[in-house]
Write a protein that binds this ligand. Sequence first.
Ligand code: HEM
Length: 227
Amino acid sequence: MTEKVATASPRLVRRAPVAIGVLVTIVLVFAAMRVWLDWPNILAGTTPGDDFAERYVAHPRLAYLHIAPGVIYLLGAPLQLSRRFRTQHYDVHRRLGRVLLSCAFVAGLFALLFGVPHAWGGAPEAAATVVFGSWFLACLALAFRAIRRKDVRLHRRWMIRAFAVGIGIGTIRIWVGIFEGVEQTLSGGTTPGTPDPTMFGIAFWLAFTMHVALGEWWLRRAPALTG
Ligand code: HEM
Protein backbone atom coordinates (compact mmCIF):
# COMPACT_ATOMS: atom_id res chain seq x y z
CA MET A 1 0.00 0.00 0.00
CA THR A 2 1.45 3.42 -0.93
CA GLU A 3 1.30 6.31 1.54
CA LYS A 4 -0.54 9.36 0.25
CA VAL A 5 1.62 12.47 0.66
CA ALA A 6 -0.32 15.76 0.80
CA THR A 7 1.21 18.46 -1.37
CA ALA A 8 0.62 22.20 -1.59
CA SER A 9 -1.78 23.22 -4.37
CA PRO A 10 -0.13 24.86 -7.42
CA ARG A 11 -2.13 28.03 -6.70
CA LEU A 12 -0.71 28.21 -3.18
CA VAL A 13 2.81 27.64 -4.48
CA ARG A 14 2.30 30.50 -6.97
CA ARG A 15 1.03 32.78 -4.20
CA ALA A 16 3.95 32.15 -1.83
CA PRO A 17 6.26 34.69 -3.59
CA VAL A 18 3.49 37.31 -3.36
CA ALA A 19 3.11 36.75 0.40
CA ILE A 20 6.91 36.88 0.82
CA GLY A 21 7.03 40.10 -1.23
CA VAL A 22 4.38 41.72 0.99
CA LEU A 23 6.18 40.73 4.22
CA VAL A 24 9.60 41.87 2.96
CA THR A 25 8.02 45.21 1.90
CA ILE A 26 6.51 45.68 5.38
CA VAL A 27 9.93 45.08 6.97
CA LEU A 28 11.59 47.52 4.54
CA VAL A 29 9.00 50.22 5.31
CA PHE A 30 9.55 49.88 9.08
CA ALA A 31 13.34 49.78 8.67
CA ALA A 32 13.16 52.97 6.55
CA MET A 33 10.92 54.60 9.17
CA ARG A 34 13.44 53.76 11.88
CA VAL A 35 16.29 55.34 9.90
CA TRP A 36 14.15 58.41 9.15
CA LEU A 37 13.13 58.88 12.79
CA ASP A 38 16.33 57.80 14.58
CA TRP A 39 19.25 59.14 12.59
CA PRO A 40 18.53 62.90 12.92
CA ASN A 41 18.54 62.33 16.71
CA ILE A 42 21.59 60.04 16.67
CA LEU A 43 23.60 62.54 14.61
CA ALA A 44 22.48 65.55 16.67
CA GLY A 45 22.85 63.75 20.00
CA THR A 46 19.24 64.56 20.92
CA THR A 47 16.66 62.35 22.64
CA PRO A 48 13.39 61.60 20.80
CA GLY A 49 10.03 62.29 22.42
CA ASP A 50 8.66 58.75 22.43
CA ASP A 51 10.00 55.91 24.52
CA PHE A 52 9.82 53.39 21.65
CA ALA A 53 12.32 55.35 19.53
CA GLU A 54 14.44 56.32 22.54
CA ARG A 55 16.02 52.83 22.75
CA TYR A 56 17.10 52.85 19.11
CA VAL A 57 18.71 56.28 19.55
CA ALA A 58 20.36 55.37 22.88
CA HIS A 59 21.83 52.09 21.46
CA PRO A 60 22.41 52.74 17.75
CA ARG A 61 25.22 50.18 17.35
CA LEU A 62 23.23 47.33 18.84
CA ALA A 63 20.04 48.32 16.99
CA TYR A 64 21.57 48.97 13.57
CA LEU A 65 23.91 45.97 13.65
CA HIS A 66 20.63 44.09 13.86
CA ILE A 67 18.55 46.03 11.31
CA ALA A 68 21.12 46.73 8.52
CA PRO A 69 22.46 43.16 7.99
CA GLY A 70 18.91 41.83 8.56
CA VAL A 71 17.62 43.94 5.68
CA ILE A 72 20.49 42.81 3.37
CA TYR A 73 19.72 39.18 4.27
CA LEU A 74 15.97 39.57 3.69
CA LEU A 75 16.53 41.22 0.30
CA GLY A 76 18.94 38.52 -0.92
CA ALA A 77 17.39 35.39 0.58
CA PRO A 78 14.39 35.12 -1.79
CA LEU A 79 16.80 35.08 -4.74
CA GLN A 80 18.89 32.34 -3.08
CA LEU A 81 15.79 30.24 -2.47
CA SER A 82 14.70 30.47 -6.12
CA ARG A 83 15.41 27.17 -7.87
CA ARG A 84 15.81 28.90 -11.24
CA PHE A 85 18.45 31.31 -9.86
CA ARG A 86 20.37 28.50 -8.16
CA THR A 87 20.51 26.32 -11.24
CA GLN A 88 21.33 29.13 -13.68
CA HIS A 89 23.83 31.00 -11.49
CA TYR A 90 25.28 28.45 -9.11
CA ASP A 91 28.57 30.37 -8.60
CA VAL A 92 26.72 33.56 -7.72
CA HIS A 93 24.50 31.55 -5.37
CA ARG A 94 27.60 30.25 -3.54
CA ARG A 95 29.32 33.64 -3.26
CA LEU A 96 26.18 35.57 -2.37
CA GLY A 97 25.31 32.80 0.09
CA ARG A 98 28.47 33.46 2.11
CA VAL A 99 27.64 37.18 2.35
CA LEU A 100 23.98 36.62 3.23
CA LEU A 101 24.70 33.89 5.77
CA SER A 102 27.17 36.21 7.54
CA CYS A 103 24.61 39.05 7.49
CA ALA A 104 21.93 36.75 8.91
CA PHE A 105 24.27 35.58 11.72
CA VAL A 106 25.12 39.16 12.70
CA ALA A 107 21.43 40.19 12.53
CA GLY A 108 20.44 37.21 14.71
CA LEU A 109 23.19 37.83 17.23
CA PHE A 110 22.30 41.51 17.58
CA ALA A 111 18.59 40.66 17.79
CA LEU A 112 19.58 38.98 21.09
CA LEU A 113 21.98 41.73 22.19
CA PHE A 114 19.48 44.52 21.52
CA GLY A 115 16.16 42.75 21.91
CA VAL A 116 16.75 41.02 25.24
CA PRO A 117 18.05 43.88 27.46
CA HIS A 118 16.09 46.65 25.68
CA ALA A 119 12.82 44.90 24.78
CA TRP A 120 10.00 47.42 24.52
CA GLY A 121 7.52 44.62 25.04
CA GLY A 122 9.19 43.63 28.33
CA ALA A 123 9.64 40.02 29.47
CA PRO A 124 7.27 38.45 26.86
CA GLU A 125 9.19 40.06 23.99
CA ALA A 126 12.60 39.28 25.56
CA ALA A 127 11.57 35.61 26.02
CA ALA A 128 10.30 35.35 22.43
CA THR A 129 13.56 36.89 21.22
CA VAL A 130 15.62 34.29 23.11
CA VAL A 131 13.51 31.38 21.80
CA PHE A 132 13.12 32.42 18.16
CA GLY A 133 16.42 34.28 17.86
CA SER A 134 18.22 31.13 19.04
CA TRP A 135 16.15 29.01 16.64
CA PHE A 136 17.05 31.38 13.78
CA LEU A 137 20.78 31.12 14.63
CA ALA A 138 20.55 27.33 15.04
CA CYS A 139 18.88 26.97 11.61
CA LEU A 140 21.66 29.05 10.02
CA ALA A 141 24.39 27.06 11.78
CA LEU A 142 22.84 23.74 10.70
CA ALA A 143 22.42 25.02 7.12
CA PHE A 144 26.11 25.96 7.11
CA ARG A 145 27.16 22.59 8.52
CA ALA A 146 25.03 20.76 5.94
CA ILE A 147 26.57 22.58 2.99
CA ARG A 148 30.10 22.02 4.35
CA ARG A 149 29.21 18.32 4.25
CA LYS A 150 27.87 18.81 0.70
CA ASP A 151 24.35 17.84 1.78
CA VAL A 152 22.51 20.27 -0.49
CA ARG A 153 19.02 19.00 0.35
CA LEU A 154 19.50 19.41 4.11
CA HIS A 155 21.17 22.81 3.59
CA ARG A 156 18.12 24.03 1.67
CA ARG A 157 15.71 22.76 4.33
CA TRP A 158 17.51 24.59 7.17
CA MET A 159 17.73 27.74 5.05
CA ILE A 160 13.96 27.61 4.45
CA ARG A 161 13.42 27.28 8.22
CA ALA A 162 15.68 30.30 8.91
CA PHE A 163 13.93 32.39 6.25
CA ALA A 164 10.49 31.46 7.63
CA VAL A 165 11.55 32.99 10.98
CA GLY A 166 13.25 36.02 9.37
CA ILE A 167 10.15 37.18 7.48
CA GLY A 168 8.14 36.71 10.69
CA ILE A 169 9.25 40.27 11.54
CA GLY A 170 6.76 41.51 8.88
CA THR A 171 3.93 39.49 10.47
CA ILE A 172 4.72 40.99 13.91
CA ARG A 173 3.90 44.40 12.44
CA ILE A 174 0.63 43.04 10.99
CA TRP A 175 -0.39 41.75 14.45
CA VAL A 176 0.59 45.07 16.05
CA GLY A 177 -1.59 46.84 13.43
CA ILE A 178 -4.54 44.52 14.22
CA PHE A 179 -4.16 45.15 17.98
CA GLU A 180 -3.99 48.92 17.42
CA GLY A 181 -7.12 48.77 15.24
CA VAL A 182 -9.00 46.75 17.87
CA GLU A 183 -7.92 49.19 20.59
CA GLN A 184 -9.12 52.10 18.46
CA THR A 185 -12.50 50.45 17.85
CA LEU A 186 -13.00 49.57 21.52
CA SER A 187 -12.09 53.08 22.70
CA GLY A 188 -14.24 54.68 19.96
CA GLY A 189 -11.27 56.82 18.89
CA THR A 190 -10.60 58.11 15.39
CA THR A 191 -6.85 57.45 15.31
CA PRO A 192 -5.16 54.08 15.83
CA GLY A 193 -4.16 53.39 19.43
CA THR A 194 -0.47 53.41 20.40
CA PRO A 195 0.96 49.87 20.52
CA ASP A 196 0.86 48.64 24.05
CA PRO A 197 4.10 46.92 25.25
CA THR A 198 2.19 43.78 26.27
CA MET A 199 0.53 43.60 22.85
CA PHE A 200 3.95 44.00 21.27
CA GLY A 201 5.25 40.99 23.21
CA ILE A 202 2.17 38.93 22.30
CA ALA A 203 2.62 39.91 18.64
CA PHE A 204 6.18 38.50 18.78
CA TRP A 205 4.96 35.13 20.08
CA LEU A 206 2.02 34.92 17.65
CA ALA A 207 4.00 35.88 14.55
CA PHE A 208 7.10 33.77 15.17
CA THR A 209 5.10 30.69 16.25
CA MET A 210 3.01 31.01 13.07
CA HIS A 211 6.13 31.32 10.96
CA VAL A 212 7.97 28.35 12.46
CA ALA A 213 4.80 26.27 11.87
CA LEU A 214 4.42 27.63 8.33
CA GLY A 215 8.04 26.74 7.58
CA GLU A 216 7.46 23.13 8.73
CA TRP A 217 4.19 22.98 6.79
CA TRP A 218 5.93 24.20 3.64
CA LEU A 219 8.71 21.61 4.00
CA ARG A 220 6.10 18.82 4.26
CA ARG A 221 3.68 20.07 1.62
CA ALA A 222 6.07 21.22 -1.08
CA PRO A 223 8.79 18.52 -0.97
CA ALA A 224 9.42 18.78 -4.72
CA LEU A 225 10.43 22.40 -4.25
CA THR A 226 12.44 21.90 -1.10
CA GLY A 227 13.98 18.49 -1.50
C1 HEM B 1 16.51 38.61 9.43
C2 HEM B 1 15.77 39.60 9.13
C3 HEM B 1 15.33 40.68 10.08
C4 HEM B 1 15.13 41.98 9.78
C5 HEM B 1 15.28 42.62 8.42
C6 HEM B 1 14.72 42.66 10.99
C7 HEM B 1 14.38 44.00 11.05
C8 HEM B 1 14.01 44.68 12.19
C9 HEM B 1 13.52 46.04 12.24
C10 HEM B 1 13.32 46.94 11.02
C11 HEM B 1 13.30 46.34 13.52
C12 HEM B 1 12.75 47.67 14.05
C13 HEM B 1 11.32 47.42 14.50
C14 HEM B 1 10.31 48.48 14.20
O1 HEM B 1 10.59 49.68 14.19
O2 HEM B 1 9.18 48.07 13.96
C15 HEM B 1 13.63 45.17 14.30
C16 HEM B 1 13.55 45.09 15.66
C17 HEM B 1 13.74 43.93 16.37
N1 HEM B 1 13.97 42.68 15.87
FE1 HEM B 1 14.40 42.24 13.97
N2 HEM B 1 14.71 41.76 12.01
C18 HEM B 1 15.06 40.52 11.51
C19 HEM B 1 15.12 39.33 12.22
C20 HEM B 1 14.88 39.20 13.56
C21 HEM B 1 14.93 37.96 14.31
C22 HEM B 1 15.19 36.58 13.72
C23 HEM B 1 14.70 38.27 15.61
C24 HEM B 1 14.66 37.31 16.77
C25 HEM B 1 13.65 36.79 17.25
C26 HEM B 1 14.48 39.71 15.68
C27 HEM B 1 14.25 40.41 16.83
C28 HEM B 1 14.04 41.78 16.91
C29 HEM B 1 13.85 42.50 18.15
C30 HEM B 1 13.83 41.89 19.54
C31 HEM B 1 13.67 43.84 17.82
C32 HEM B 1 13.45 45.01 18.79
C33 HEM B 1 11.96 45.29 18.91
C34 HEM B 1 11.74 46.45 19.90
O3 HEM B 1 11.61 46.14 21.09
O4 HEM B 1 11.71 47.59 19.44
N3 HEM B 1 14.59 40.23 14.43
N4 HEM B 1 14.06 44.17 13.47
